[in-house]
Ligand binder design. Structure first.
Ligand code: SF4
Length: 210
């Protein structure tokens, strides 16, 4: 019941949510997603054009430059030692093992440095249209507040959302929740009375967040 209502409100508020990270192809998207760990999308979107215009935008280009050159440019995104190593390493693997292409496989993606299950899920859903449910901090928070999951772990949230919503809905839902969370449901500060989702849940007498 809560899931259906949440889905209806998200469809009304965000019928066609854009992918927040600017990219040109699966590789530039993968690099952007790696850079977005603990960094805002706005900052990543400011850095990726500089990175690709300066060093090149293919796996071959970035595999052929010093890690330090990548690190210098991506410093504003934070965690630059680890992220630059990951970008360099994954670029090399794509060239050596995947013909310079981003593989459309969870297993191959998760074998790349800097790519965990969440990042692989983002790539599979947004680049290849494979149903996935990447759970970031926004989705984890909202699912708990809406009573769709208990918030005990991101694995649990992923499992619960996948059970509550049909597969055909997962990729859209992921983007809708991110946009909703940014607009209405930040970690701190929100207005239960005016928020379309919790107001709707309250009207139906459904349980609300703490
Ligand atoms: S009332 Fe608050 S917690 Fe509930 S969905 Fe709205 S913003 Fe999020």
């Amino acid at each position: 019941m809560a899931a259906k209502l949440v889905g209806r409100i998200l469809d009304r508020e965000f019928p066609d949510p854009p992918i927040p990270l600017v990219h040109r192809d699966p590789f530039t998207f993968l690099v952007a997603v790696v850079l977005s760990a603990q960094c805002t999308d706005e900052r990543v979107n400011g850095i990726t054009p500089v990175l690709f215009d300066t060093l090149g935008q293919s796996p071959g280009d970035l595999a052929g430059v010093e890690v330090e050159a990548i690190r210098e440019i991506i410093k504003p995104c934070g965690l630059s030692p680890a992220k630059s190593k990951a970008i360099s390493g994954l670029s090399r693997i794509l060239v050596e093992s995947h013909d310079g292409q981003v593989p459309a496989s969870f297993e191959d993606l998760e074998a790349l440095p800097g790519v965990g299950h969440k990042t692989a899920s983002v790539i599979m859903s947004q680049c290849f249209g494979v149903p996935a449910m990447p759970v970031d901090t926004h989705i984890h928070r909202c699912a708990r507040r809406w009573g769709l999951s208990d918030g005990s772990s991101v694995e649990r949230t992923e499992r619960d959302l996948k059970e509550l919503f049909p597969k055909t809905r997962w990729n859209l839902l992921h983007l809708q929740i991110i946009h909703f969370a940014r607009k209405f449901c930040p970690a701190r500060g929100h207005h239960v009375d005016s928020c379309p989702i919790c107001a709707g849940l309250a009207l139906k007498g459904l349980p609300l967040h703490d």
